[in-house]
Design a binder for this molecule. Structure first.
Ligand SMILES: CC(C)(COP(=O)(O)OP(=O)(O)OC[C@H]1O[C@@H](n2cnc3c(N)ncnc32)[C@H](O)[C@@H]1OP(=O)(O)O)[C@@H](O)C(=O)NCCC(=O)NCCS
Length: 173
């Protein structure tokens, strides 16, 4: 078996990326391909894991607000079922963090907060997120679907939390 390679996902990966997305998210291959192309065109960062010339997993993220807010969202992380549970998810997550540091570095900044939304019922994902360092921050009721809440998980990289009401007013926007 070749070693796993982690690299940026590009347009010519569309077919394989669609297969990985469709293996977990509720979309068919056509929808998954369209989703990928739309997301990279709007600036989402796609990072793929490849083994033996095939894409076996991916993670995606985007900057939120302005760069100076130093806030990013992890949108997706998924491995093909046979590739799970062997450390590849953690490796993808480390690559995402490195990529975010590189992108914020272009502005002379560092990532401050990374967050994500995950279905309340996806307890396996919650366990994974907690193992890699996220903390459960909030619940968004009936968010994507009436019948399911989303859990917000967050990770802070800079200890800068202030008590409510003490935030500097001149540097928010
Ligand atoms: C979530 C996912 C990306 C994790 O990747 P993975 O390769 O299976 O996870 P890893 O093997 O890298 O595990 C990293 C750590 O999380 C822990 N972990 C992973 N899955 C776990 C589970 N179901 N229960 C408890 N701990 C778990 C591992 O024990 C490991 O801990 P350690 O490194 O401290 O020993 C993968 O399982 C997956 O594709 N799941 C389906 C898609 C999904 O649910 N995505 C999230 C959508 S919000």
């Amino acid at each position: 078996m070749n070693e796993m390679q982690i690299r940026k996902g590009i347009e010519k990966d569309a077919r394989q990326i669609a297969a990985v997305l469709a293996s977990f998210y509720s979309m068919n291959l056509e929808e998954a391909k369209r989703t990928f192309l739309e997301e990279i065109r709007k600036g989402d960062y796609y990072i793929v894991a490849e083994e033996n010339g095939g894409i076996i997993g991916l993670t995606t993220w985007s900057m939120h607000g302005l760069p100076k807010h130093r806030l990013a969202e992890l949108h997706r992380i998924v491995l093909l079922p046979e590739s799970r549970g062997k450390g590849r998810g953690r490796a993808l997550f480390s690559a995402l963090k490195k990529d975010a540091d590189k992108e914020y570095g272009k502005y002379g900044l560092k990532l401050r907060k990374l967050y994500l939304l995950t279905h309340a019922g996806n307890k396996a994902a919650h366990a994974f997120y907690e193992r890699v360092g996220f903390r459960h921050e909030a619940i968004l009721r009936s968010h994507y679907h009436k019948a399911e809440d989303e859990w917000v998980f967050s990770m802070f990289f800079v200890k800068s939390r202030r008590p409510c009401g003490t935030q500097k007013k001149n540097n928010l926007f």
